[in-house]
Design a protein around this ligand. Structure first.
Ligand SMILES: Cc1ncc(COP(=O)(O)O)c(C=O)c1O
Length: 382
């Protein structure tokens, strides 16, 4: 049977490709973004208790009340505004599901969604499946700051959504208060919905403040704000995230969520509810935890011929490899994995049009020191 693919440009993701290559070559895997240290004990114990207590059947479609209420409490504590746990908070199977649901809830065929390149790879397929078109606006190729005039110029009568991501994957760049004011100016008096991907919300460094859309009444009134417990609690494989949006947007979001997954893994919802309420110090200190890793790893990288770029947030370190090689980034990352035993992620798959001559690779530092040391031993030989 001939299948006329709906997603002609989608193949195996670069993360899977590099992880497989890393396995085949016994490379230290700093490619795919997942921590290799344990999930907090309280979370594991709580998950175990939830399963033994029989919380193994369908959860309520929007998420268990205890978790929605814990998310609302946390949001108020961190961002100074409390969403309505019943009408504005929805638990999803990871941020990926939430992003898909949000796009499909409001974006129609023929409309346009503005994304800022480089951007996370799940955005565009979700836009394509909605029959819409992703309009790619490049970030600065070195600082990854947005040029809001380019965003303004990209808006047409068909623009339905603007997607932003701070702290940013792959660069770690963060949007400032001034950026948020620009976003508000751009969206005011339009029908454009904002999708803010904030999965690294608690991983911010150097005393900076995460400028969540949830802090800004004018922005949150038109936004889906999406986060993921996978990043905050070192459990990317549990795939639990959530979306905060005003009631009218949440109602549409839930229509998609209801027939996409209906509900997310019930025992984990109980575990996260307990973890968030009982141990706020975990997310309060997550920035400091990763900042120490970032600093140590950057110092180690300075002993190699790779040049680390500044990392304001998130758990990825970009390195400039132009002193080592003139290969393009896909070829370089392959070569690094197969010949030097360190897996990294190239940036070009995050772009529609990669900047010519960009020689950057992404390394994940959400790793035990022993893993990072093993990588550095190999990178010193470059
Ligand atoms: C920017 C960004 N958005 C969304 C996701 C997906 O999150 P989840 O694993 O919760 O689906 C990731 C995961 O790496 C990410 O980096």
């Amino acid at each position: 049977m001939h299948i006329d693919t709906k997603l002609p440009r989608v193949g195996t993701t670069i993360f899977t490709v590099m992880s497989q290559l890393a396995m085949e070559h016994q490379a230290v895997n700093l490619g795919q973004g997942f921590p290799d240290f344990p999930v907090p004990d309280l979370l594991v114990e709580s998950l175990d208790r939830a399963m033994r207590a029989g919380h193994n059947q369908y959860a309520p479609m929007t998420g268990i009340p205890a978790l929605r209420s814990a998310i609302a409490n946390k949001t108020e504590r961190v961002y100074g505004w409390r969403p309505d746990a019943d009408r504005e908070v929805t638990v999803t199977s990871g941020a990926t599901e939430a992003i898909f649901d949000a796009i499909h809830a409001v974006v129609r065929a023929g409309e346009e969604v503005i994304v800022l390149d480089p951007c996370y790879d799940c955005y565009e397929p979700a836009i394509d499946l909605a029959g819409a078109r992703a309009v790619h606006v490049p970030l600065d190729p070195r600082t990854f700051a947005p040029d809001w005039n380019l965003v303004r110029a990209a808006i047409t009568p068909r623009t339905r959504m603007l997607m932003i991501n701070s702290p940013h994957n792959p660069s770690g760049a963060m949007l400032s208060q001034a950026d948020m004011a620009e976003v508000a100016n751009i969206l005011r008096d339009t029908e454009i919905v904002l999708l803010s991907d904030e999965v690294y919300e608690h991983i911010v460094f150097d005393g900076a403040r995460h400028e969540s859309v949830l802090r800004y009444p004018e922005l949150r009134e038109r936004a889906f704000v999406i986060s993921s417990f996978g990043k905050t609690y070192h459990c990317t494989g549990w795939k639990i995230g959530y979306c905060i949006a005003p009631p009218a947007l949440s109602a549409e979001f839930r229509k998609v969520h209801q027939y996409n997954t209906f509900c997310s893994f019930a025992p984990a919802q109980h575990a996260f509810a307990e973890m968030i309420e009982r141990d706020p110090a975990h997310y309060d200190t997550l920035g400091a935890f990763y900042e120490a890793k970032r600093d140590h790893f950057a110092a180690q990288l300075r002993e190699t011929r790779l040049v680390p770029l500044p990392v304001p947030g998130g758990y990825f370190q970009l390195v400039d490899y132009s002193a080592v090689s003139d290969l393009d980034d896909l070829a370089f990352c392959r070569w690094l994995t197969t010949e030097h035993g360190v897996a990294a992620i190239p940036l070009s798959p995050f772009y529609e049009t990669p900047p010519p001559g960009q020689r950057l690779a992404r390394l994940c530092f959400a790793k035990n020191q022993a893993t990072l040391d093993a990588a550095i031993d190999r990178l010193r030989k470059l």
